[in-house]
Design a protein around this ligand. Structure first.
Ligand SMILES: Nc1nc2c(ncn2[C@@H]2O[C@H](COP(=O)(O)OP(=O)(O)OP(=O)(O)O)[C@@H](O)[C@H]2O)c(=O)[nH]1
Length: 560
């Protein structure tokens, strides 16, 4: 609960299921101004009757998370049709203090039992701008939340124009005109250029290299840009009047590789490069200013300017336009050239730490890695100018186990992070009971997720050859792995875009692991003890160059 709440929007977390016929009954004298209001789910809006000075209040944004409480209802209170700008400002200040502080709120819900027609539901109120209570599961299980979130953004409303009284200004100006001197600016058609309310702030989402995950958006899922400034006037036309200040654009940073979708699933942008950005909500336009004239003077003044307010309906033009509000789905797809896959404990994180500056968690228990870790692999200086072609970003993904595609272990959601990779590095623990079986298990899980992954070029790293049982088996394991797969396509990988055209879905499902390409190479290493690391690096770099030569889809363009 937050003490500081002004005029604006509030979130009510209701720890009970609510029926659609919801009536609001509040306990504090402040909120009782809003009651009773009927929530209408079909329109998603409910208007309060005009009570006291609050002329409009509405429910908006009814969000229900299936099987997951609380239900969130936002109430917005605002004024309509202020008689003039000055009174509007006074009233806004008045309400800001009047609404302090809403503490508890009771909702009454229709009850099924005969004795009680109404059931009272007590709720907590927080400011919509403040963070909702931090979810414990978010802290305990970040891997479930780091790459997907739904947020709501609202652009700023336009600032209000002003209703101005020209008093003697226009007559004065007429006299000045005769002397060829004018203090008021005019448009080409002769109408006065009167000040406008400031434009509401837009909302932009941009890719920031400093961000890794979408976790913070689970704590704060609503973003509001500021509203434009009102025209600062005392209601009198002077040549000193200025436009209201435009509100700054609200820029929301997200990790590189974030896909922005509208709530209906329409793709808005793929922010795959640093500083890529997308405008997601436009701020409202500022209101215009008009001259207020008594009826008998109107005809005369309208010969001088068209900016004369004719009737009450013109007042709408003085109000700033509301800013757009949109619900967005953010999906993070890690941007990496190389994806490390393998069973838990195979040594993927140790490998990443050995060849890049990344510092992932390493431990001898499964699922140490909960979220993808990224590391940057430098180019090979011996290649001269071509060294940049072997630079790459490596992503260490959480381990896969048999049945991951059915949700076992950490599930298979991480596999979406392989989508942008152009090379896979399959790490196999060569010291286990049956490394070939382990290898097949992971390949099978990849196939179940997306058969296209098996057509990507890949190399196999047989790890832990410092251990005697692994060292002895290395030649036979290498041979056996090279036997699994078909010829040709691995050494000359086809662009992934070509593959769906060649194969129908039915064909893909019937294909065995043996029908997919063989690895480009199999290398035995010990990443912990530093055995054959250089040989492994050579293979990774040469595979990367082959991918570039064959125009594989790149995670992002390699620097020239
Ligand atoms: N003997 C030996 N142990 C290794 C080697 N590489 C890694 N290990 C050990 O294997 C264990 C697991 O290593 P990780 O790098 O955490 O394995 P991972 O594949 O990232 O595991 P998850 O995070 O569960 O996916 C750690 O105790 C490492 O010290 C190696 O070359 N030789």
């Amino acid at each position: 609960m937050h003490d500081k709440c002004g005029l604006g929007s509030y979130s009510f977390y209701i720890h009970h299921c609510l029926s659609p016929s919801l009536y609001v009954q509040t306990t504090t004298k402040y909120f009782s101004l809003l009651s009773p209001a009927k929530y209408n789910p079909s329109e998603n809006i409910a208007k309060c009757s005009k009570i006291s000075k609050i002329t409009r209040a509405q429910f908006s944004s009814y969000e229900s998370h299936p099987g997951n409480f609380p239900i969130k209802i936002r109430i917005m209170a605002s004024l309509i049709s202020p008689p003039s700008l000055n009174t509007h400002l006074r009233e806004t200040r008045f309400f800001s203090t009047l609404l302090l502080p809403p503490r508890t709120i009771q909702f009454q819900q229709r009850c099924n039992c005969k004795n009680h027609r109404w059931k009272t539901v007590r709720c907590r109120a927080t400011s919509a701008n403040a963070s909702p209570p931090a979810s414990t599961s978010l802290a305990k299980e970040p891997h479930k939340y780091f790459d997907h979130v739904i947020i709501t953004v609202r652009a700023g409303d336009g600032g209000h124009g002003a209703v101005l009284n020209p008093r003697v200004k226009l007559e004065q100006e007429q006299a000045n005109k005769k002397k060829k001197r004018s203090s008021l600016k005019r448009d080409f058609d002769g109408s006065l250029i009167l000040p406008m309310g400031g434009h509401g702030g837009d909302v932009i989402i941009y890719a920031d290299e400093g961000k890794d995950t979408l976790l913070e958006f689970h704590n704060k899922s609503r973003y509001h840009a500021k509203r434009g400034g009102n025209v600062d006037s005392m209601g009198v036309l002077t040549s000193m009047l200025r436009d209201g200040l435009a509100a700054p654009t609200l820029r929301i940073p997200v990790p590189v590789g974030t896909v922005v979708k509208s709530k209906r699933g329409k793709m808005l942008a793929d922010l795959a490069q640093p500083d890529d950005e997308v405008l997601v909500a436009r701020g409202g336009q500022g209101g215009i200013s008009l001259l207020e004239m008594p009826q008998h003077k109107r005809k005369k003044v309208m010969t001088l300017t068209t900016n004369v307010m004719r009737d009450d309906s013109d007042k709408v033009l003085v109000h700033g336009q509301p800013g757009e509000e949109v619900k967005l789905e953010l999906i993070l797809r890690v941007v990496a050239d190389v994806g490390l896959v393998g069973l838990p404990n195979a040594g993927k994180s140790t490998l990443l730490a050995a060849i890049t500056l990344a510092k992932p968690d390493i431990a001898d228990y499964p699922f140490t890695t909960l979220m993808p870790n990224l590391g940057r692999l430098g180019g090979d200086p011996s290649l001269g100018a071509g060294m940049y072609s072997s630079e790459a970003t490596l992503a260490d993904l959480p381990g896969l186990i048999e049945g991951a595609h059915l949700g076992k272990g950490l599930g298979r959601n991480f596999l979406r992070h392989l989508r942008r990779t152009r090379l896979l590095v399959h790490v196999v623990d060569a010291a286990t009971e049956n490394p070939i079986n382990d290898y097949r298990t992971v390949r099978e899980e990849l196939r179940m997720y997306n058969p296209e992954y098996l057509e990507r070029p890949y190399i196999v790293i047989l790890n832990k050859i410092d251990l005697p049982e692994a060292r002895e088996r290395l030649p036979s394991l290498t041979q056996e792995i090279m036997r699994i797969g078909s010829d040709g396509t691995a050494s000359e990988p086809k662009p992934s875009s070509e593959v769906p055209a060649q194969l129908s879905d039915g064909d893909r499902n019937e294909r065995e692991l043996e029908d997919y390409p063989r690895p480009l190479s199999v290398v035995g290493v010990s990443v912990l003890k530093g055995i054959s690391i250089n040989e492994m690096l050579k293979e990774i770099r040469s595979a990367l160059r082959k991918c570039s030569d064959s125009n594989q889809p790149l995670a992002f363009s390699v620097p020239p």
